[in-house]
Ligand binder design. Structure first.
Ligand code: FAD
Length: 553
């Protein structure tokens, strides 16, 4: 049949490119102490940009997990079936140590190297990053039960994806999850009603044994091997390690009632769970459950910021790529001044988020090495950045999507997937308000955190008077740290940190545009910055900013 028309003015597929070709990320990787990991990150970046990995990410999302509560004979099995592509993605992530490498590597920068791997590989699919993140995060909490840590940490850190439900000691590699949220309380975990009853005289596995009974409303990655669970013990809310399969090979009393039909994150399973006399081992002291599990939450919060940075970078890459090839009204979209303003604004947001994420990964690394100042800095900076970066994500995804016009609204473009994923990190591990209130708590109750945070801002003093003035205004604002203003203050702190990092280490053109738009006091002008993306001050070198974000294929 003769063709009816010629297809033209469409961009080439963005495939076969290097996801790690990301100047803000690469310089942060080196600056935060992991230059030694650069080659490995580049390898993973090329893999992430390959047609095969992209197809696997797509397939894992198109074929979401399926719950099988019973086998064909009626036995309860509570298993979740995944598409083979999911297993492939997990295999790569674990082979590259994204779930645990820093726990077996004493080199300075190990957490930063892992952060970079997580950041580039996450571009393939966000869903499978959930169990990867929780496995990484469980270790500091687990160490509150040294015998359990000795027993399971080597298996959690093993670089093997060993799928299937078997006793944890018999597997080549383990995955972890967390089970806190209940129907009546997620943020307010003290409202948990799951009960933990001690098993008299049982010290098996090095931790006192308990039987847990109750329900959990949101437990992701339920095909994991070990779960950190909060439950009410005789002395109060406590933290437990719960094996999916008991050491004797029998299935533990962990029944999956149903899987959530989620907005996004569709490759990943999130279950409603009933615990029925499920065996679990105490981690930390009875009654100190929140204090123990917060060590896990603190690690996953870093991944919320990293994952958000990945989503933004991916969206910007897709948008700049499209605009570099698509012509409208006689010019490439990227050369239309208003589209250039939009793309540059999106790119600035993405670079600022990446820089903050890597600064926090560096702080994680140094804090793990015993640096108390960095731990104090991280405490406040992570809460504020978690709040602000995640809060920016949905609007960023929507705007990037629009750069592709109608194509951006179509699944094949990849944009709808990014858009649906975008609100997640803001809800998980401390929803917006909770994260902002946490930043406020650190500010007001942990003076060493506030001190470390402002010392970090101080390092940029004198480099840009607009930033200096913004920091001075921020200090003044902080004199009224009332709860109702927590969002405003967390936003201010996060913006000041991003500005300070950009001014010290960023590309000057990006730093200048960021400070001019996000931090400069607009007095004297009509307004410094509009409320939508694409409202940068005139004179911004948008072309130079866009160049940094346009992928080479
Ligand atoms: C995709 C996904 C995966 C998840 N995976 C897991 C998992 O693996 N394990 C797990 O335990 N949980 C998981 N969760 C649950 C998640 O952590 C909770 O939904 C979250 O902590 C909020 O709890 P909630 O849903 O009970 O909402 P609520 O606690 O009822 O909060 C509702 C709203 O009120 C706000 N709020 C709460 N307290 C205050 C306050 N004091 N002041 C002002 N505002 C307040 C919150 O910010 C939120 O906006 C997951 C959630 C999602 C979306």
């Amino acid at each position: 049949m003769p063709p009816t028309h010629e297809v033209f003015n469409q961009p080439p597929a963005l495939t076969g490119y290097d996801v790690s070709d990301d100047p803000a990320m690469l310089s942060a990787l080196r600056r935060e102490g992991a230059a030694w990991a650069q080659e490995a990150v580049r390898v993973l970046g090329r893999l992430a940009g390959s047609a095969q990995a992209q197809a696997q990410g797509h397939q894992a999302n198109e074929n979401p997990p399926v719950l099988r509560t019973h086998d064909r004979f009626g036995h309860r099995i509570d298993e979740v079936e995944f598409h083979p592509a999911w297993h492939e993605l997990m295999t790569v992530a674990m082979r590259h140590g994204l779930h645990a490498a820093p726990w077996t590597d004493d080199r300075p920068g190990a957490h930063v190297a892992r952060a970079a791997g997580f950041y580039v590989w996450g571009a393939v699919d966000a869903g499978h990053c959930c169990p990867v993140s929780m496995t990484y995060a469980i270790v500091p909490a687990l160490r509150h039960a040294p015998d359990l840590a000795r027993r399971f940490e080597p298996l959690l850190a093993a670089r093997e994806y060993d799928a299937g439900l078997r006793p944890p000691d018999t597997k080549r590699g383990l995955l972890a999850g967390m089970s806190m949220t209940e129907k009546q309380g997620g943020s307010d975990v003290r409202a948990n009603t799951t009960r933990a009853v001690p098993v008299p005289g049982d010290g098996e596995a090095g931790g006192a044994s308990y039987l847990l009974t109750g329900h959990k409303w949101f437990t992701s990655a339920p095909m994991g091997d070990l779960f950190m669970v909060l439950a009410q013990a005789p002395a109060g809310l406590s933290c437990f390690l719960l094996p999916r399969v008991r050491p004797d090979g029998s299935r533990n009393g962990m029944h999956l009632q149903r899987l959530k039909d989620k907005l996004g994150n569709r490759s990943n399973a999130s279950a409603e769970v009933e615990y029925d006399q499920a065996l679990a081992w105490l981690v930390g002291e009875e009654g100190r459950g929140v204090r123990t599990i917060i060590e896990m939450v603190n690690m996953t919060r870093l991944d919320c910021v990293l994952g958000t940075a990945t989503g933004m970078r991916t969206a910007v890459t897709l948008a700049t790529h499209h605009a570099a090839h698509r012509t409208a009204f006689g010019r490439k979209l990227a050369d239309q001044p208003l589209m250039a303003a939009v793309l540059a604004d999106l790119a600035i947001e993405s670079e600022a988020t990446t820089m903050a994420a890597f600064r926090l990964a560096g702080a994680t690394d140094r804090a793990a090495g015993g640096d108390e100042g960095e731990a104090a800095f991280r405490r406040l900076a992570l809460a504020a950045t978690k709040y602000w970066a995640c809060k920016r994500a949905p609007g960023h995804a929507a705007e990037a999507l629009e750069c592709l016009g109608g194509n951006g609204y179509v699944e094949e473009s990849g944009m709808p997937r990014l858009y649906r994923e975008a609100p997640l990190a803001s809800i998980w591990e401390g929803s917006g308000n909770v994260a902002a209130l946490d930043a406020l708590r650190a500010l007001t109750r942990q003076p060493e955190s506030a001190e470390a945070f402002f010392a970090e801002l101080e390092l940029a003093a004198g480099a840009d008077s607009r930033l200096d003035q913004a920091v001075a205004r921020l200090r003044k604002e902080l004199s009224d740290p009332s709860e109702g203003r927590a969002r405003y203050l967390a936003e201010g702190m996060a913006l000041a940190l991003q500005g300070a990092l950009l001014v010290r280490h960023g590309a000057p053109v990006v730093a200048d545009a960021f400070v001019a738009s996000r931090l400069a006091d607009g007095s004297g002008e009509f307004r410094g910055w509009g409320h939508a993306y694409g409202t940068l001050p005139s004179g911004t070198d948008t072309a130079a900013i866009i160049r940094r974000a346009t992928p080479a294929i």
